[in-house]
Design a binder for this molecule. Structure first.
Ligand code: HEC
Length: 188
C-alpha cells in the first residue's frame, strides 16, 4: 500500500521531471555559437515565417498562383535583381520555368539586411539550388541605392540586374562587403 509520504512525493517528482524536460527543450533550442550556422538557421526561420505560406514549405509553389523557387532564374540568377524583388515586391506578368504568373508579391523591405541576406542564401542553397551566398552588406547597398517607388513590374525587374557600385570594380565591392559584414559581426 502507498504511504501518505509517497502520495505527496509522486506529484512532486512529476513536477521535477517536467521542469527538467523543459530545461532540456530550451537547451536544444539554444542558438548555435557558430555564426555561419546561426545565419543558416535564421534563413530557414525567415523562410518559414515570411515565404512558405505562398511558395510552399519546400519551395514548390502553388500552380497558377505562386511560382516555385527551385531552379528558377530569378532565384539562382542575378543577386541584385533578387534583392530588389524581396525589398519592394513584384507584380504583373512574370514568367517562371515556362509558366506565366500574374499575381502580386508584397514588399518585404521591413525585414533587416541580415534577415533578407539569410533567407535569400537559404533559398539559393535549398531544394537542389546551388547559387552563391548573399551578404547582408549587399542587401544594405541595394537598399541604400534604391529609388524604386512601390512594387516592381516583373518585366522591369527582370532588367534591373547588377549590384550598385559594382559595375566598375566588382572585386573591390565584394571585398568591401565582406569587410563590412565582418566589422558588424554579421555572418557569413
Ligand atoms: C503573399 C504571397 C507571397 C509571399 C509571402 C512571398 N511571395 Fe514571392 N512571389 C509571390 C508571387 C505571387 C510571385 C509572382 C509575382 C507575379 O506574378 O508577378 C512571387 C515571386 C517570387 C520570386 C520570383 C519568381 C520565382 O519563383 O523564382 C521569388 C524569388 C520570390 N517570390 C521569393 C520570395 C521570398 C524569398 C519570400 C519571403 C521573404 C516571398 N517570395 C514571399 C508571392 C509571395
Amino acid at each position: 500500500m502507498l504511504s501518505s509520504r509517497s502520495l505527496i512525493a509522486a506529484p512532486l517528482w512529476g513536477a521535477v521531471a517536467l521542469v527538467a524536460a523543459l530545461f532540456f527543450l530550451i537547451a536544444c533550442e539554444e542558438e548555435p555559437s557558430d555564426p555561419q550556422e546561426r545565419f543558416e538557421r535564421l534563413g530557414q526561420r525567415v523562410y518559414n515565417s515570411y515565404c512558405a505560406t505562398c511558395h510552399g514549405a519546400n519551395g514548390q509553389g502553388v500552380q497558377g498562383a505562386f511560382p516555385p523557387l527551385r531552379q528558377t532564374e530569378w532565384v539562382v540568377g542575378d543577386e541584385g535583381r533578387l534583392i530588389r524583388l524581396v525589398l519592394h515586391g513584384v507584380g504583373g506578368e512574370m514568367e517562371v520555368l515556362g509558366e506565366t504568373y500574374n499575381n502580386v508579391m508584397t514588399a518585404h523591405g521591413f525585414l533587416s539586411d541580415q534577415q533578407i541576406a539569410a533567407v535569400l542564401t537559404h533559398i539559393r542553397s535549398s531544394w537542389g539550388n546551388d547559387a552563391e551566398t548573399i551578404r547582408p552588406a549587399q542587401v544594405q547597398r541595394v537598399r541604400q541605392a534604391s529609388t524604386q517607388q512601390g512594387t516592381w513590374q516583373a518585366s522591369e525587374l527582370w532588367e534591373a540586374t547588377g549590384m550598385p557600385g559594382a559595375a566598375d570594380a566588382p572585386a573591390e565591392a565584394g571585398a568591401a562587403d565582406e569587410a563590412a559584414d565582418e566589422a558588424a559581426g554579421n555572418a557569413p
